[in-house]
Design a protein around this ligand. Structure first.
Ligand SMILES: NC(=O)c1ccc[n+]([C@@H]2O[C@H](COP(=O)([O-])OP(=O)(O)OC[C@H]3O[C@@H](n4cnc5c(N)ncnc54)[C@H](O)[C@@H]3O)[C@@H](O)[C@H]2O)c1
Ligand SMILES: CC(C)CCC[C@@H](C)[C@H]1CC[C@H]2[C@@H]3[C@H](O)C=C4C[C@@H](O)CC[C@]4(C)[C@H]3CC[C@]12C
Length: 414
């Protein structure tokens, strides 16, 4: 079987340097009770798998938006799990509830930029899912820090695998490794092989591209014991779902504006979105299948996709915010693009002027405007062909879960 790669490989240059399956149905509605109930009422074949609980997984960034879903998904869907290590700079209080289940849950407070902390966490793990990262496109952190966490942190994870003999590494990359690029060229329903000039300037996509490259190049390196490291990278588009901070920000902004949001982006600009539960499920499947399909999957990249509809960023958000009482005003953008660009540039200036006094980091800046205003959507079946991925959550279920979560945010804000 020929190797896939090519086109939208995301290995294009960063023009600025670092500065610049076995599918199982979800245990619906059980929350963290799934594994418990499965123990009490074993399904056919469960006795075997319970005896085979032998694997140790490490999830870096396991307390983040995606990381928490990966952690919960592993506990629900990976019968071979014996120990789950959760490594994060900030540990969440919700981890406590997981510690009473049948899988040993080990919470490790640590920093991926500290090689010794990473090595200690990785030692003895069979699989590492590396989701930890600094997601900052708003200028909250310096480019150097973004590089340190996203690139050096990933290098530390790779070296820890090599030094301690861990063979399987799954890296959470991003669509931004490919685009939108600095020229604002559309990527319309493309796949992993679609030709596209992946050229970036912003520190975040640059760091993700460099880190992904490190991960893919590490595939095949000999780890302690002499066996080869098997790596692959998952590239989610814009993730949405329970816990999505930016959705929460838009919701609160809409409430402040009297229940209205004002259209800024033409409805015709498609922005790729994928439900967090499906992204987590893809991570679990890849982690499971890497061993059996190392020759096919090692060194590969996969876009994360599901059946979420193709829409503009704002129209997509309204799928959830609409049922929560918000309205998107205007069928066309209310402000001309040049004025939005001017406001975005003004925000950069204000951020710089105010920096000695406070952190001013609004959602609108030239980079976020370009992202929202450039078509970037994926249409691929590579994950299905390579490891049998099918979305675990339908669009209807993803939508319902997200709406319920926004409504709960509303309830808790009152
Ligand atoms: N949110 C998206 O739309 C999206 C899309 C594509 C890719 N991604 C990628 O998915 C991953 C997770 O993103 P997210 O949206 O869940 O972000 P998040 O900020 O919610 O989660 C990141 C987690 O990493 C942890 N972390 C940060 N710095 C760390 C450090 N130095 N050491 C240890 N842990 C550290 C944070 O504490 C946090 O819990 C990131 O790698 C991101 O690049 C996210
Ligand atoms: C012009 C304004 C009215 C709207 C601004 C929206 C802006 C904050 C949104 C638009 C697109 C969003 C990004 C996109 O969904 C994909 C990713 C990839 C991921 O790796 C990190 C998050 C990120 C950058 C989203 C951040 C918020 C963006 C820029």
């Amino acid at each position: 079987m020929g190797r896939e790669g090519g086109g939208a490989s995301g290995r294009g240059p960063c023009v600025a340097g670092p500065g610049a399956c076995r599918r199982q149905p979800p245990v619906a509605g059980l929350g963290g009770l799934g594994p418990w109930l499965q123990c009490l009422f074993p399904q056919p074949g469960m006795a075997d798998s319970a005896q085979a609980q032998k694997l140790v997984y490490l999830v870096t960034g396991g307390c983040g938006f995606l990381g928490e879903h990966v952690v919960r998904m592993l506990l629900q869907q990976e019968p071979q799990l014996r120990e789950l290590r959760i490594f994060d700079l900030h540990l969440g209080p919700w981890l406590e509830e997981l510690k009473t289940g049948p899988v040993q849950v080990t919470a490790i407070q640590g920093d991926v930029t500290q090689a010794h902390e990473v090595a200690a966490a990785v030692a003895g793990a069979h699989v590492v899912i590396h989701t930890a990262g600094l997601v900052d496109v708003f200028g909250k952190t310096s480019p150097e820090t973004i590089h340190e966490v996203n690139v050096q942190g990933t290098r530390n994870v790779i070296e820890a695998c090599v030094q301690t003999g861990t063979r399987f590494l799954v890296y959470t990359s991003s669509m931004e490794v490919v685009g939108p690029n600095i020229k604002g060229q559309p990527f319309y329903r493309g796949n992993e092989n679609t030709p596209y000039e992946a050229v970036h300037r912003h520190p975040y996509p640059c760091s993700k591209a460099l880190a992904e490259q490190l991960v893919l190049e590490a595939n095949g390196r000999k780890v302690l014991g002499g066996l080869p490291l098997v790596t692959c990278a998952l590239r989610p588009t814009g993730i949405y779902g329970e816990g999505h901070q930016i959705m929460r920000d838009f919701y609160h902004q809409g409430l402040r504006l009297g229940g209205r949001l004002f259209r800024a982006i033409p409805a015709s600009v498609e922005h790729g979105r994928v439900y967090v539960g499906n992204v987590a499920w893809m991570h679990v499947l890849v982690a499971r299948e890497l061993e059996h399909r190392a020759a096919l999957m090692g060194g590969q990249v996969y876009f994360c996709y599901d059946n979420s509809p193709y829409k503009s960023y704002e129209d997509f958000n309204m799928e959830f915010l609409g049922p929560c009482g918000l309205r998107l005003v205007g069928t066309r953008p209310l402000l001309p693009y040049w004025l939005l660009l001017f406001l975005a540039a003004l925000n950069v200036l204000l951020q710089w002027l105010l920096r000695p006094l406070l952190l001013y980091a609004p959602l609108l800046n030239p980079y976020t405007l370009a992202m929202a205003n450039t078509t970037f959507t994926v249409s691929t079946d590579k994950a299905r062909r390579h490891f049998g991925y099918e979305p675990l959550f339908s669009w209807e279920e993803s939508r319902t879960r997200t709406i319920r979560w926004v409504q709960a945010v509303e309830g808790s804000a009152q």
